[in-house]
Design a protein around this ligand. Structure first.
Ligand code: LRH
Ligand code: MN
Ligand code: MN
Length: 431
């Protein structure tokens, strides 16, 4: 695997932190062994964790009002891939990349795939985009895409999704994620049932184009850009559509796509129970689809989501798999730093969930010992597993302190020179 940051620099940086890490790790090993938990098992578990990076997260996202670009932002998909490679080199937790078309359009998928493979990266689910018009496009999505009244517009949106599958195939992806912004801003603007009928019709054509070993993920979101009624607004609609379409269709849960205080872990449990949990877009939010860094607002919720995933994995064994991806927008931080720390926060929740004493929890539930049941979860959540995460990274060849090593390497400063800003450039297309 070729690395972008000099591995000797990473090793030197690790060397400075080594003694403290070992002291912290040994202390935690003692705490855990008193609970009957072997720290080494958890460290191996942490090393097995992976969450995919959103290509569109490598640049500054911006809001509906403004975008303040940072220095040295990637100008094309190849440069985004370089930034993703740096994130994986230092965290060893992000080998997958989720591309978004046409933002990441390339005439040379072979070269892109080779570049990814040279860095030990692969392509996770590809995302289609019929939520904005693209240059030269014949029919506008102003009034909808897969649900549009116009058959020609629907056909164009279907074809774009089929093109995404083709491109994804050349890149080695195995899934397509479909999120549409279709909906209504006014009561009466469209027929609520008719819109979903058209969606299903369009999705049937996309489903028919899926290769045998592919899946399609339906991503719901309660509002925005439609502010009165969104066609795929909730997990119930997503689930019903996935059922209608067939076994290759599953639901994707973006944590930010729910009303505040929604019990997302229960949605996860329901979808897992009925075999329709396809994957995640991890991020955090306070109000709406804020796309804040994972674990920055509500880490307990993230832990509870992973607690459900651990429960499902225990029930269903190795066959239980979800496609885990980040989906964040960075406005005031360096995107590479945000993505590194978010990957670590998701990994933290994954390891904390593995710490839950499931037999004890079941016992407390059966005995209606509510307090002890709640405490069992809290004990795992309160455990600071940072030394496990750092040790896992180091053993896998990464950095004990990814952000520290990244800053010491001066990657952003070098990128600023190598990638001079272009007026009006937007990395994702979101401005
Ligand atoms: C929609 C969404 C969806 C898009 C991405 C850019 O809010 O979460 O996943 O593809 O943002
Ligand atoms: Mn999303
Ligand atoms: Mn979103």
């Amino acid at each position: 695997m070729s690395t972008i940051i000099d591995q000797n620099l990473v090793a030197r940086h690790n060397g400075q932190l080594q003694a403290n890490l070992h002291a912290d790790y040994d202390a935690l090993a003692g705490v855990l062994s008193r609970r009957g938990v072997d720290i080494e098992t958890l460290t191996v578990h942490a090393q097995q964790f992976a969450v995919a990076l959103p290509s569109w997260g490598a640049g500054t996202g911006g809001t509906r009002f403004a975008r303040f670009p940072g220095k040295g932002e990637p100008r094309n998909v190849f440069e985004k891939l370089d930034d993703c490679a740096v994130i994986h080199q230092l965290t060893r937790a992000t080998p997958g990349i989720s591309l978004h078309f046409p933002w990441d359009r390339t005439d040379d998928p072979k070269a892109l795939r080779e570049q990814a493979e040279s860095h030990g990266l692969y392509f996770d689910a590809v995302n289609s985009n019929t939520f904005q018009d693209q240059q030269g496009q014949e029919h506008s999505y102003k009034y909808g895409s897969l649900t549009a009244q116009s058959a020609a517009t629907r056909a164009q949106a279907v074809q774009h999704n089929i093109d995404c599958i083709e491109l994804g195939r050349a890149l080695g992806s195995k899934a397509l994620t479909v999120w549409i912004g279709d909906g209504a801003n006014f009561p009466g603007q469209h027929n609520l049932r008719g819109s979903l009928e058209r969606y299903l019709d369009s999705m049937r054509s996309i489903y028919a184009a899926l290769p045998d070993d592919w899946q399609v993920f339906i991503e719901h979101k309660l509002f925005e850009p439609a502010f009165y009624a969104t066609t795929i607004a909730d997990w119930g609609t997503s689930f019903a559509c996935a059922q209608q379409l067939g076994p290759k269709a599953k639901c994707l849960v973006d944590l930010g796509h729910h009303a505040p205080n929604t019990n997302i872990e229960m949605i996860v449990a329901r979808l897992a129970q009925f075999g329709k949990l396809g994957g995640f877009h991890f991020n955090d939010s306070k109000y709406g689809d804020d796309d804040l860094d994972s674990g920055s607002i509500n880490p307990f919720q993230l832990f509870l989501v992973f607690n459900e995933l651990a429960d499902a994995a225990q029930r269903e064994g190795a066959s239980f798999k979800t496609a885990n991806m980040l989906d964040q927008s960075h406005n005031v931080t360096d995107p590479i730093e945000s993505l590194m720390s978010s990957a670590v926060e998701v990994q933290r929740a994954y390891v904390q969930a593995a710490l839950v004493d499931r037999a004890a929890l079941r016992g407390h539930q059966e005995a209606n010992d509510v307090l002890q049941a709640a405490q069992t979860l809290k004990q795992a959540f309160r455990t600071d597993v940072s030394p496990i995460l750092a040790m896992a990274r180091q053993r896998s060849g990464g950095a004990i302190d990814p952000v520290g090593a990244y800053r010491a390497a001066g990657y952003r400063e070098q990128a600023a020179v190598a990638r001079p800003a272009r007026a009006g450039a937007s990395s994702s297309g979101i401005v």
